[in-house]
Design a binder for this molecule. Structure first.
Ligand SMILES: NC(=O)c1ccc[n+]([C@@H]2O[C@H](COP(=O)([O-])OP(=O)(O)OC[C@H]3O[C@@H](n4cnc5c(N)ncnc54)[C@H](O)[C@@H]3O)[C@@H](O)[C@H]2O)c1
Ligand SMILES: N[C@H](CO)Cc1c[nH]c[nH+]1
Ligand SMILES: [Zn+2]
Length: 427
């Protein structure tokens, strides 16, 4: 891995943040055509694209109960148990995020309140191209069900034979997904946004995907809501000379193996650690199944930055605003409040990032590309909506009428003023 000094920080940051430029003109045009075709021609268009991009000639897009049962039977007990246990841990965490409706009647004759309702129909996208991600099924479907979503539709692209991987179907069953369709890419997103003869229209689409999926979500936003545009994975590790270079190398590689565009950064004031991690990365890289992807990713966006001290490392981390941040320093809890921008913080040497990807409980769908400066992990909040409630008695209205009229008159909106005045005309 390249070892750099903090004086080179600005250039490094520019490189890393340029990964987020969604200025893929040609792909945008392709996606626009796909979305329009699905909107106009429904199932016929979706089936055509599924044959073209996924190589699957489908007769039936919906996964049947029988297919789910077969997947369940074929899956080893150990994996079913692991997914169930992870699902319970994710559910327990997300249960704590639930919000309550409230009614405030503390002022005489006045009630103001907020009702919380689940979004009724939600679609989740589960990537199916490069790798199957059963963990992503759990991370999207469980908070939706905790929020109370009634119709939870999942889409995921099929393999050439028209099948969905068993582990995806098993995770969907564990998480309580209601319907599953074998469609993906921009055509899948468009089908969820507009509805087709077979695929039900939803009100919100969540879940990660490749550039076709991301641009399609951007295009249908407004027609439906979306969660976020989740870019390639990122990890940034802040470490001092007490940290174990083998652990750091392993954790950097855990995100590098996701994508050639993933970014893996170590910031440390320790030159000795920097050298040791760089060597260790080469040793561990050679043994990986996805060696080529990880190697390319580290070449592109893998960096070790030597800082003056830990404070400078923390300033850089806040400025980069990474998806995953690991604190591998002596007394890591002393520093968590200094971290202002990060999707998730992994504290200490025994809390590696993959623990959060699969099991710990917090969601693994996190803001990327510096967006943790203003946005948050996927949560139960993404699957609810709020409605305000206002009640005033006649006496309470009389008490505020002049104040309201002062404002409505100043806006020159006479119908607004009239709607208040009319209630006191006969007095
Ligand atoms: N942030 C997260 O939480 C998280 C979790 C899991 C996966 N991911 C990311 O999601 C992404 C998944 O991407 P993927 O490609 O493996 O799966 P995918 O399901 O997102 O994309 C596959 C689909 O892309 C479409 N497609 C491919 N080539 C096309 C072309 N030339 N024209 C039109 N459409 C085309 C096809 O419809 C295909 O079905 C990866 O980048 C992965 O890192 C992120
Ligand atoms: N680390 C990914 C999000 O950046 C999520 C994931 C799923 N499976 C493994 N990892
Ligand atoms: Zn991961």
């Amino acid at each position: 891995m390249k070892i750099l000094r903090s004086s080179e920080y600005d250039a490094i940051k520019a490189e890393i943040l340029s990964r987020g430029d969604l200025d893929y003109k040609d792909i945008n045009v392709t996606v626009e055509k796909i979305v329009k075709n699905v909107k106009e021609n429904g199932d016929k268009a979706v089936l055509g694209y599924t044959a073209k991009f996924d190589g699957a000639e489908l007769e039936n897009m919906e996964v049947t109960k029988e297919e789910i049962d077969i997947a369940w039977e074929r899956t080893p007990e150990s994996l079913k148990n692991a997914l169930t246990e992870a699902g319970n841990s994710i559910r327990t965490f997300h249960e704590k995020q639930k919000r309550n409706s409230f009614m405030d009647n503390s002022l005489k004759g006045k009630i103001t309140g907020q009702l919380i309702n689940p979004i009724e129909k939600v679609g989740i996208y589960v990537p199916g191209g490069k790798s199957p991600y059963p963990s992503t099924v759990l991370m999207n479907a469980i908070p939706a069900k905790v929020a109370g979503v009634k119709e939870l539709t999942m889409i995921t692209p099929p393999g050439k034979s028209g099948e969905i991987m068993d582990n995806i179907l098993v995770a969907a069953k564990i998480a309580g997904v209601d319907r599953i369709f074998k469609i993906g890419g921009a055509q899948g997103v468009a089908a969820l946004a507009y509805g087709t003869e077979t695929v039900p229209k939803v009100y919100k689409i969540t879940g990660p995907g490749n550039i076709y999926v991301a641009l399609a979500k951007k295009q249908v936003y407004g027609m439906v809501d979306i969660d976020m545009i989740a870019g390639p994975s990122e990890i940034l590790i802040i470490a001092d000379d007490t940290a174990n270079p083998r652990y750091i190398a392993a954790d950097l590689l855990s995100q590098a193996e996701h994508d050639e565009l993933a970014s893996s950064i170590l910031v440390t004031p320790s030159e000795k650690l920097a050298e040791a991690v760089s060597k260790e990365v080469d040793v561990q890289l050679a043994k990986l199944a996805k060696k080529e992807i990880a190697e390319k990713s580290l070449e592109n966006y893998g960096r070790i930055i030597i800082t003056k001290d830990l404070d400078e490392a923390i300033d850089m981390a806040n400025d980069i605003a990474t998806e995953h941040l690991e604190l591998m320093v002596a007394e890591p809890f002393l520093y968590i409040n200094s971290i202002k921008n990060a999707g998730a913080i992994f504290v200490g040497e025994n809390s590696p990032e993959p623990l959060g990807d699969y099991y710990a409980g917090p969601n693994h769908t996190l803001p990327t590309n510096g967006t943790s400066k203003f946005s948050s992990p996927l949560s139960v909040d993404d699957f609810i909506k709020k409605t305000s409630v206002i009640y005033y008695s006649k006496e309470a209205l009389r008490g505020v009428k002049d104040t309201v009229l002062e404002i409505s008159d100043s806006e020159g909106l006479t119908a607004h003023s009239n709607s208040i005045r009319i209630r006191f005309e006969e007095e």
